[in-house]
Design a protein around this ligand. Structure first.
Ligand SMILES: *Cc1c(COP(=O)(O)O)cnc(C)c1O
Length: 392
């Protein structure tokens, strides 16, 4: 059999179980209304939670970058790719996360695979929430550490696995969790995780990808919002979601960051971010810090949207701006998403392997600048479709 024949067979199988995927051409994808197939569609699927991706001040800041000097860095961070603006940004991020130091990465995926594979050794145990992002899972897979996956947010299970790891005689233990879970919109029980971390002498890494910018009085993230940021050993997050730009960071005590500089392959063996991205992130941090009004309105709209759909009878997960309605069957979920699109609403279907089999869902996300009347109209249409399709 040729490779092409074999791939075609595999693709046919994926299609037959409702797992076809395609790249759609979308314009204005970060705005409250995107353009798709020439139609204006209400955008309920972007991670641009605060609307910063199209914020005039960030765009202006990027324009003001001395682009004539260089379009790219043409060097990795440890060779020639570290400059004053990058150093300033890393200070700013450390300050934002209330830590000693921070380190900039190309993106969140690379940050996670690099950080976990750099830290974890064969004699270590890593305890990872079952629903952690693929980039965390992949980072762990690159190591020979003892891998314990605990049931989602299940503290009894985490404790049982911590005991098991201790019995195995591992040298060090590391717990890793998202703060706001990207596909469930719920928040990790960080108080309890920290209690267990201390009880079993483990370290804790949190990925605040969906909490950064959205939680905390200055958008510092979920751990800060809960007053727990000093209990976390390493903070991870991305600048591609609420911050609206691109890139990612790790922040924590000097020893952690310094060790990453020495060993983290996804930092060492890749070219530094282009100057205009660094400038864009830096402005985004300022705007996030001053964005309390955006956080308030985002929370109000999210609460309204979630509670109305809940009342309508949908199976809603979470408590944040990530608002998934679980439909279950892969094909029905895809049909639901298509029907939404017919009504000019973008609600992307999330299917396995991103979520467990039988838990396919429409993952709605809100943005601060989606007009109130559109939030209300969307609730009406989603409810109508839910009834029509026997989902509620
Ligand atoms: C999106 C996401 C990432 C990846 O970040 P990028 O900067 O988009 O590569 C990592 N972790 C979590 C939890 C995420 O949701």
């Amino acid at each position: 059999m040729t490779w092409e024949n074999s791939l075609t067979t595999k693709l046919t199988n994926l299609h037959s179980i409702g797992l076809q995927r395609n790249l759609r051409i979308i314009n204005d994808a970060t705005k409250p209304f995107l353009l798709y197939n020439g139609k204006k569609i209400l955008n309920l699927s972007s991670n641009n939670y605060l609307g910063l991706a199209h914020h005039a001040d960030i765009i202006q800041c990027i324009r003001d970058t001395n682009i004539e000097a260089a379009a790219g860095m043409a060097s990795s961070r440890l060779v020639l790719g570290h400059d004053e603006k990058t150093a300033q940004l890393e200070k700013k991020v450390a300050h934002q996360k209330n830590t000693e130091s921070s380190l900039l990465f190309s993106n969140g995926y690379m940050m996670n695979i690099g950080v976990l594979s750099s830290l974890l050794e064969p004699t270590d145990a890593v305890l990872s929430d079952q629903y952690n992002h693929a980039s965390i899972v992949d980072g762990i897979r690159l190591t020979k550490a003892h891998h314990f996956r605990y049931r989602h947010n299940n503290m009894d299970h985490l404790e049982a696995l911590l005991k098991k790891a201790t019995q195995r005689g591992v040298k060090r233990k590391l717990i890793v969790t998202e703060t706001v879970f990207s596909m469930d919109g719920d928040i990790a029980p960080l108080h309890d995780i920290i209690y267990l971390k201390n009880k079993y002498h483990a370290a804790l890494i949190t990925d605040d990808a969906h909490g950064d910018g959205v939680f905390g009085s200055s958008g510092e993230g979920v751990t800060h919002h809960l007053g727990l940021e000093q209990e976390v050993d390493l903070h991870l997050g991305t600048f591609s979601k609420a911050y609206g730009v691109y890139g990612a960071y790790a922040a924590g005590k000097r020893e952690w960051i310094n060790y990453l500089i020495h060993t983290c392959r996804s930092l060492i063996y890749t070219t530094a971010l282009p100057p205009y991205v660094v400038r864009g992130i830096s402005k985004a941090v300022d705007l996030v810090q001053r964005g309390a009004h955006l956080r308030t309105i985002l929370e109000k709209k999210s609460d309204y949207f979630r509670s109305r759909l809940n009342q309508a009878g949908f199976h809603i997960k979470g408590t944040t701006q990530v608002i998934p309605i679980v439909i279950g069957n892969e094909k029905t979920t895809l049909d639901f998403s298509k029907r939404l699109l017919d009504e000019n609403i973008m609600g992307v279907a999330i299917r396995p392997p991103t979520v467990p089999i039988g838990e396919s869902r429409i993952r709605f996300t809100l943005m601060a600048d989606i007009p109130w009347e559109e939030v209300k109209r969307a609730v009406t249409i989603i409810t109508m479709l839910g009834k029509e399709m026997d989902v509620i």
